[in-house]
Design a protein around this ligand. Structure first.
Ligand code: SF4
Ligand code: SF4
Ligand code: SF4
Length: 361
């Protein structure tokens, strides 16, 4: 029950039937097996609950055990298959470093995880992890796959979730593809580096606030992810206290994001900050760099996440967007390849000159 409340509260708006969390079967979630009905009546015959002081749950346990794997998986199969498809596209786009496939992944994420399922990793999930309030696996396979992929890819490669699998990040990245570059404001590096501290302070505040008050609804004020659930159930939002304020703040945030790229992701998001902390200490497969990167600034200027400082990739900020890795491999753009080519050309020229010059007799 606690988990049901935790997940439901990630949105300030009533969830759709499809978006209902996946609580234990007895809560009657549409995705979960039917609740067990009936039980031992007072004054029951020998061999019933009364014999056990009312603590006999045999009927319930037998119903649970009677569920076959097919019965458990069937209500979740569409989500499992659709998410697996998304994962395949995500990883193919990542390994191929394909911009087109990345855009396709962002659209898939926005439609499926955003508008259709409202599944985003939230501070509520961080609270759940910290207090070990986790859902029952068999009724929440898709949810576990989603969390597993989010945390697993972060540990292995870094914030792939932020780069491709977060519906809000996908929305703002797709918006950016339509916004003319001249509209965007370049923040001075000093301001940028100081602004990063705000999100760490906010994450700390939210966690402390939760542990002091147990109020998970703080999430609606620090992350805009509720918008996906609210858009799916738009008519319900007027009954929620503070809904218009939230929509107003969201409008301001989206407008500001047009001018400052990835504004929320880079300077505010507690989830991105949390994943950044994990990736800064764990990332196994890191972005490669050439020795020329010590002085070359091309990738630093190209990184829209402020994740390159001189030769260093700041792993907590990097979302594995591929931009610098594409340049790294580009023989026409990357200084390393250009220097090698020039050296080869000079050597070839010297060899040609030496060949053309007659040896003294
Ligand atoms: S920083 Fe936050 S909003 Fe941005 S992509 Fe990551 S989780 Fe999503
Ligand atoms: S262009 Fe090449 S050398 Fe320059 S920073 Fe990028 S990867 Fe390094
Ligand atoms: S450009 Fe490179 S360093 Fe910057 S976010 Fe993308 S992958 Fe990370």
């Amino acid at each position: 029950m606690l988990l049901a409340c935790l997940l439901a509260a990630a949105s300030p708006f009533p969830a759709t039937a499809q978006d209902a969390p996946l609580p234990p079967a007895t809560t009657g979630s549409p995705d979960a097996p039917a609740p067990v009905e009936g039980g031992a009546a007072p004054g029951a015959a020998p061999g019933t609950d009364e014999d056990d002081g009312g603590w006999n749950f045999d009927d319930e346990e037998e119903e649970e055990r009677a569920l076959t794997t097919a019965e458990i998986v069937k209500p979740q199969i569409v989500d499992i298959v659709t998410f697996t498809g998304l994962m395949v596209l995500c990883m193919v786009s990542f390994f191929k470093k394909s911009e087109k496939l990345k855009i396709a992944t962002l659209v898939y994420t926005l439609v499926f995880l955003g508008f259709l399922r409202s599944q985003l990793y939230s501070v509520v999930n961080i609270f759940g992890l910290m207090t070990m309030s986790l859902p029952i696996f068999s009724h929440s396979i898709f949810t576990y796959m989603f969390w597993g992929v989010t945390l697993g890819t972060t540990v292995v490669w870094g914030r792939i979730y932020c780069g491709r699998l977060c519906a809000y990040g996908a929305l703002t990245q797709l918006m950016d593809t339509f916004v003319p570059k001249s509209w965007q404001l370049k923040i001075p590096v000093k301001v940028e580096q100081n602004a990063y501290y705000f999100k760490y302070a906010l994450l700390a505040f939210v966690i402390v606030y939760y542990f002091v008050t147990k109020d998970i609804l703080v999430s609606r004020w620090v992350e805009p992810f509720w918008m996906f659930g609210a858009l799916a159930n738009f008519t319900a939002f007027t009954s929620v206290p503070g809904a218009w304020v939230l929509w107003g703040l969201l409008a301001v945030l989206l407008l500001a994001s047009i001018i400052i790229k990835n504004l929320y992701c880079r300077f505010i998001c507690p989830v991105g900050t949390f994943l950044g902390i994990i990736s800064s200490v764990t990332t196994i497969f890191r972005i490669k760099r050439w020795s020329e990167c010590k002085t070359c600034k091309i990738c630093e200027k190209a990184c829209e996440w402020g994740a390159i400082q001189g030769p260093r990739i700041v792993r907590s900020e990097c979302v594995r967007c591929d931009d610098c890795e594409r340049i790294y491999d580009d023989e026409q753009k990357c200084v390393h390849h250009i220097v090698i080519r020039r050296k080869e050309e000079v050597l070839a020229m010297q060899a040609a000159q030496a060949k053309a010059t007659p040896l003294p007799s």
